[in-house]
Design a protein around this ligand. Structure first.
Ligand code: PMP
Length: 426
């Protein structure tokens, strides 16, 4: 079909994420993607600085992932998971239990990050109900977070953020504490530790869990914090009989320089959520893992089953690609790649610090952030970035990138130049 015709139909019929209807914003038409490049209908090629929202760590059309998908398609498409099981899902669950922090044994495979957070919440709620502590049903989180767009995840997103303030009054009311002081390398702030301790102690009797994004708060503001706060949370939740959930949907699979961000603190949460890069960004899949303590608790309940069962649970095609993506990651010097990208981002973004209106520049692992002292106009920013040959998706006052791990240094430099150009033009 002709590109103009396709875009007209898109504008008429297709919702995009957080998009107005009918199409008042014009998306770019992608006709192909390979390596780290998106190919547009008008012939331009853009380096994908976003990894399709943290997911495409190996880039696009990777021969290993393509082959895994084709091979599994030749064996079996989706089959229901109730009462049936299969090798791709068994292998995946086993791999995840082995790779994630020690003690996370039981794996619930589901379709999207938001659903894995819903499942994590259900695990915690059911656990306390089973133990006769049904009053423990609230969650505590820090401000500035993002956990997804379904209702429980939205209830623990930043309450003042633009994304979910619309739902005030409808969402379950959770307990919010300020986000940790900024800086991955910052020393622990004793008065902030006291704030956490007081909030958890005060609300312990009604708290099912504390849920946080470890080390990096993503879509709520792209903030980094010291891993030590995770150890503080682990200690406090144990002391006050509260479960701890880590949402590693964005940070999982190497993005921060460790396979999982929890490893920076050597902490095992009671429940861990994964998604995005789990399949190398090929297909939609997420997982919620829990410890035997949580699973045993649920099994002792009046309803001794985890009350969740999505149609596409454990999809064999998706599981096969996830297995291939994880094996591919582990077969390479991925730590070296992330370190290389980190240093290329640091070098490349040095110039951004001098740009008027830039409030902060920060880099951690394969994540680079330029924070402005004002909001970015998204349409104008997209034009500047695409003119530099790069795909970026700034929001609010943030120009950020998380490149595929297979980007060359020159490609990372181009991404950093585009970020700097967007900041200078904003
Ligand atoms: N948690 C975090 C930390 C995320 O970054 C996201 C996605 N941006 C989600 C949850 C929701 O995942 P999904 O979009 O796959 O539902």
């Amino acid at each position: 079909m002709d590109p103009a015709e396709l875009l007209a139909l898109d504008a008429r019929h297709v919702w995009h994420p957080y998009g107005p209807m009918p199409g008042r914003v014009a998306p770019l038409l992608v006709t192909g993607a390979s390596g780290v490049r998106l190919r547009l209908a008008d012939g331009r090629e853009l380096i994908d600085g976003m990894s399709s929202w943290w997911a495409a760590i190996h880039g696009y059309r990777h021969p290993v992932l393509d082959a895994a998908l084709a091979e599994q398609a030749g064996r079996m498409s989706h089959v229901m998971f109730g009462g049936l099981t299969h090798e791709p899902a068994i292998r995946l669950a086993t791999k995840l239990a082995e790779l994630t922090p020690p003690g996370l044994e039981h794996v619930f495979l589901c379709d999207s990050g938001s659903v894995s957070v819903e499942v994590a919440v259900k695990m915690c709620l059911q656990y306390w109900r089973s133990l006769g502590r049904g009053e423990k049903r609230r969650m505590l989180t820090w401000r500035g977070g993002y956990h997804g767009d379904t209702f429980h995840p939205m209830s623990v997103c930043d309450p003042d953020g633009g994304m979910h303030s619309l739902w005030r009054g409808v969402l379950p009311e959770q307990v919010f504490v300020p986000e940790p002081p900024a800086g991955f390398g910052a020393p622990l702030n004793p008065s902030y530790v006291d704030t956490l301790a007081q909030a958890i102690e005060e609300h312990a009797d009604e708290l099912a869990c504390v849920i946080v994004e470890p080390v990096v708060q993503g879509a709520g503001g792209m903030r980094f914090h010291a891993p030590g706060y995770l150890r503080v949370l682990r200690e406090l939740t144990e002391r006050h009989d509260v479960l701890l959930v880590f949402d590693e949907i964005a940070t999982g699979f190497g993005r921060t320089g460790r396979l999982f961000a929890a490893e920076h603190a050597e902490v095992t949460p009671d429940v861990l959520c994964l998604g995005k890069a789990l399949t190398g960004g090929y297909l939609s899949m997420a997982a919620a893992l829990c410890t035997p303590r949580v699973a045993d608790g649920i099994s002792r309940g009046e309803v001794p089953v985890l009350a969740h069962g999505p149609t596409f649970m454990g999809n064999p095609l998706t599981s096969a690609v996830a297995n291939a993506s994880i094996d591919l990651l582990l077969s390479q010097d991925w730590r070296g790649s992330v370190r290389r990208i980190e240093s290329a981002l640091r070098d490349g973004l040095a110039a951004a610090r001098e740009v008027p209106g830039v409030a902060d520049v920060r880099v951690l692992g394969a994540i680079g952030v330029v924070q402005l002292d004002h909001e970015v106009d998204m349409a104008a920013a997209t034009k500047v970035a695409t003119d530099c040959g790069v795909w970026l998706r700034p929001f609010r006052d943030l120009v950020y990138a998380m490149p595929p791990f297979v980007c060359t240094d020159a490609e990372v430099r181009t991404i950093a130049e585009a970020m700097t150009a967007v900041a200078a033009a904003a």
